[in-house]
Design a protein around this ligand. Structure first.
Ligand SMILES: [Zn+2]
Length: 448
């Protein structure tokens, strides 16, 4: 584990930003849960102070092609797309998308516009990366990404957030980038809210781990420690530099890219998104899926940051109890769900709610288990968690917001998300526990 110390100096005296990351991609890292060499579908992650001049060589190394489509939006074309296209010379065709959305219509249009290319080079962050990832996963071409902002952990994820023609926002299986190329200097010039968003997305670790471990012990959900072992040292190093993120400090941005990369790897290791996506991500997904015209245009990581603070607060209130929490039998109101959700979503919501309903017998069994396990799991869960006030202070130091209002979101919309997001997915989080205990409404009233 010495390699996990990111401050290992490479021979030239510069920081080796991909220590540990290289061990994982090369299959050298031993998964502590299985004792076997960890496998991730990512073969090449490069994080350097600058990648200028190296672009064509990097692409030739991981994704040789006769013809590349360099895909950017207007802003990222100026920031980096132009330079990459120039480095590729005659082999590049440039596709600049105007205000793109990661939806099915854009996917079809991009496939059409890039049909002459052998491989896609995404230059951007969330939307551009998701579009190129999903288009190429669908037609079997390869893609690589030059990230322009440390705004989310999607560079090293194999799924894409795509809005369907029905309007439903979904997470679709896609594939891994052949190369993930992250230039710290360019990333440090990204809009401050995007830097803070990436930091917010990384902060979900604590609340997701608490939710996931609780679900594991009470409901038998499969659990693994490897995603967290992978992140421990870099999480501390990144949080220690939250104020540096607020100043666009390059070292802080380098650590942020590391923790985001490792967070993505953790999900690949276990083949399920639970290690980095529980109650806090559900709140964010609900906002993206159902806010409609009330959506303020905030990005994923901003929402996840705020929701991570909310979940940390809820978890610390529940974990402060010496006595085991007890739930009441509960059911859901199908007619009410049908009224509140669009047709395209209502089936999944009913399914999720049905899976989480407790009749009297099941509630009694759950309560007995919780009573028995509480003295043991309470300190374990407390050790995994982070104080909500600390998370909020770090988010603000990084230039981000820690409440709905601070990211420009209507408070009532956010409260709706906290109240209802558990209806859209069958994962059991402390939002469910709080609702089943009968304390969620009071929590929303006092804390959100
Ligand atoms: Zn996320």
């Amino acid at each position: 584990m010495e390699a996990a110390a990111a401050a290992v100096l490479a021979p030239e005296g510069r920081q080796n930003w991909t220590a540990l990351i290289d061990d994982v991609t090369a299959g050298r890292w031993i998964d502590p849960d299985t004792g076997a060499r960890a496998q991730v579908p990512f073969g090449c992650v490069v994080i350097e102070e600058s990648l200028r001049g190296a672009e064509a060589g990097l692409l030739a190394g991981v994704m040789p092609a006769e013809r590349y489509a360099v895909v950017a939006d207007v802003a990222t074309y100026d920031v980096y797309g132009y330079a990459i296209a120039r480095a590729l010379g005659a082999r590049a065709e440039v596709v600049v998308l105007e205000a793109p959305h990661a939806d099915e219509a854009e996917v079809r249009a991009l496939r059409e516009r890039t049909q002459g290319a052998d491989a896609l080079v995404a230059v951007g962050s969330g939307t551009i990366n998701d579009l190129c990832k999903y288009v190429t996963a669908g037609d079997g071409r390869a893609y690589s990404v030059f990230g322009t902002a440390p705004s989310m952990n999607g560079y090293t994820s194999t799924t894409a957030s795509i809005t369907l023609d029905s309007g439903l926002k979904t997470t679709q299986p896609a594939h891994a980038a052949k190369g993930v190329f992250l230039d710290i200097g360019i990333s440090a010039e990204a809009p401050q809210y995007l830097i803070a968003a990436g930091f917010g997305d990384s902060l979900c670790r604590a609340s997701a781990q608490v939710d996931w471990y609780f679900s594991h012990r009470l409901l038998g959900t499969r659990y693994a420690t490897s995603p967290y072992v992978l992140q421990t040292e870099d999480e501390a190093a990144t949080m220690a530099r939250s104020a540096g993120l607020g100043r666009r400090d390059h070292e802080a941005v380098g650590y942020l890219h590391r923790i985001l990369t490792l967070g993505g790897f953790g999900i690949s290791l276990v083949g399920m998104s639970h290690p980095g996506s529980m109650g806090e991500h559900q709140i964010s997904h609900w906002i993206d899926s159902f806010a409609g015209a009330a959506h303020p245009g905030t990005v994923h990581g901003q929402q996840v940051g705020v929701a991570s603070v909310t979940m940390a607060r809820l978890q610390e209130l529940i974990l402060a109890r010496d006595e085991a929490p007890q739930i009441r039998p509960n059911d859901f109101d199908e007619a009410d769900l049908r009224r509140r959700y669009p047709d395209a979503a209502v089936g999944d919501c009913i399914k999720a709610c049905r899976a989480k309903a407790f009749d009297a017998a099941r509630a009694a069994e759950f309560n007995a288990d919780l009573q028995r396990l509480w003295p043991e799991i309470r300190p374990l869960l407390q050790a995994m968690s982070m104080p909500a006030a600390d998370l909020a202070a770090h988010l603000r130091a990084a230039g981000g917001g820690a409440t709905a209002e601070e990211i420009g979101m209507d408070r009532d919309l956010y409260r709706q998300a906290v109240r209802h997001s558990r209806e859209m997915r069958d994962r059991y989080s402390m939002l469910d526990l709080a609702a089943d205990m009968g304390i969620l409404e009071a929590f929303i009233e006092e804390e959100c």
